[in-house]
Design a protein around this ligand. Structure first.
Ligand SMILES: Nc1ncnc2c1ncn2[C@@H]1O[C@H](COP(=O)(O)OP(=O)(O)OP(=O)(O)O)[C@@H](O)[C@H]1O
Ligand SMILES: [Mg+2]
Length: 378
């Protein structure tokens, strides 16, 4: 493990109030992996990164980098002695220094051999595809170029870990996509262990080997992206990563051998019985049903002529099938989000194209396999 964080806690005192920005968080990053910290604004991502970088004194736990303990509440190794590179959202280049001087400054700070500095600067500029801008000042570079220089600077002294805090969020949508790909290529070339902070789930999905989702300073779930999407363990993660239908449910009839349970879902005057699948029995204490909108199937004509994503099988018709009314259709370009009202219960259903007009009747169904239960609050 290149990075090991154990029970990290960081508190701030602000206007006489204590804010627990990071609350007992643990994770390990495997060498060479791209590990993302993902979560909504204020969940503690930047604080975690600042603790790793040595910019904060921690209040609890410990941090190891390359098997060296670099932080406990009583001891803190200075940032420049931590063998890390840092890239910030704001680029943080010295405005009065050229690109070359910015990189030189970092190399000097890390005692890079004098005779090899010029050579290393050129290599770093070439790595980010900007071999000819060394003599320009940051104000003479575009945002994307400044970020590439900032990256070149962070990896110039070959640290063993790279920390990046929302490095692409100041770029526009198209640039961000391009830079994301370029960044992956550059990281691949350098082969460096990276911890990357983002609040953008699409970005996390595209780049991560492993993701830790944080909420309110605490760990919500850690897993590779696919597992986070397919097997969220809480309503928060299900909802934060993509869209989800979430319903509090009351278990009626458990089938242990099948690991299915028929639940009742109630809203206003409407009650539905829904057959769901569960993994861990403890979720039955307080189950919440998670259904992805793309897993809701529709059957819109009596002759079965149109079906959004697959044919409704006999089996699913028997279990989870209801008649509803399309109350709204939200056109999203490459797909349409249909809001279906089954009495007082709302079901979001994703289709490739608008399937029917608003206010029309539709039959929707959900395969029990696609209605999975997670634990709501205890
Ligand atoms: N210097 C500080 N003094 C007091 N409170 C702070 C300080 N820095 C951060 N906080 C608080 O700690 C919590 C975590 O902040 P942090 O900056 O780590 O969030 P974040 O996940 O990076 O959010 P964002 O996505 O908005 O950048 C927030 O409640 C924030 O207000
Ligand atoms: Mg932040």
């Amino acid at each position: 493990m290149t990075v090991k964080v154990e029970n990290l806690t960081k508190k701030y005192i602000s206007a006489d109030e204590e804010v627990v920005a990071v609350d007992d968080v643990s994770f390990e990053v495997t060498e060479g992996d791209l590990f993302t910290l993902l979560g909504p604004s204020g969940c503690g991502k930047t604080t975690t990164l600042r603790c790793l970088a040595g910019l904060e004194i921690i209040n609890g736990g410990r941090i190891e980098i390359d098997s060296d303990v670099v932080a406990t509440p009583d001891q803190s190794v200075q940032p420049e002695h931590r063998d890390i590179g840092l890239v910030f959202q704001s680029y943080a280049l010295w405005p009065h220094m050229t690109a070359r001087e910015n990189i030189l400054y970092a190399l000097k700070g890390r005692d890079w051999p004098k005779e090899d500095r010029e050579n290393r600067i050129q290599e770093s500029l070439e790595l980010v595809g900007l071999p000819d801008v060394g003599d320009r000042y940051p104000s003479e570079l575009s945002g994307g170029q400044q970020q590439r220089i900032s990256f070149a600077r962070a990896v110039s002294y070959q640290p063993s870990v790279l920390l990046m805090d929302e490095p692409l969020s100041n770029l526009d949508f198209k640039q961000r996509r391009r830079m994301r790909r370029l960044l992956l290529e550059m990281l691949d070339e350098v082969g460096i262990t990276t911890i990357y902070v983002t609040h953008d789930q699409e970005e996390a999905f595209e780049i991560s080997d492993e993701t830790l989702v944080l909420t309110d300073g605490k760990e919500a779930q850690q897993a590779p992206p696919e597992e986070l999407y397919e097997k969220p363990t809480s309503p928060f993660v299900a909802n934060f990563l993509g869209e989800a239908n979430l319903y509090s449910a009351t278990p009626l009839e458990v089938n242990e051998s099948e690991q299915t349970v028929v639940c009742e879902i109630a809203e206003g005057d409407t009650r539905l019985e829904m057959k769901c699948t569960y993994g861990d029995e403890e979720v039955l204490e307080n189950p919440v049903v998670v259904i992805r909108p793309e897993d809701v199937k529709s059957k819109v004509r009596a002759d079965g002529g149109t079906s959004n994503n697959g044919v409704i099988t006999q089996e699913t018709q028997e279990a989870n099938q209801w008649e509803g009314e399309i109350s709204r259709q939200l056109y999203r370009g490459s797909f349409t989000q249909n809001i279906v009202d089954v009495g007082d219960i709302t079901i979001k259903m994703k289709t490739d194209k608008p399937i029917l007009g608003e206010d029309e009747t539709v039959t929707v169904s959900v395969d029990p396999e696609d209605a999975s239960l997670v634990l709501g609050h205890r």
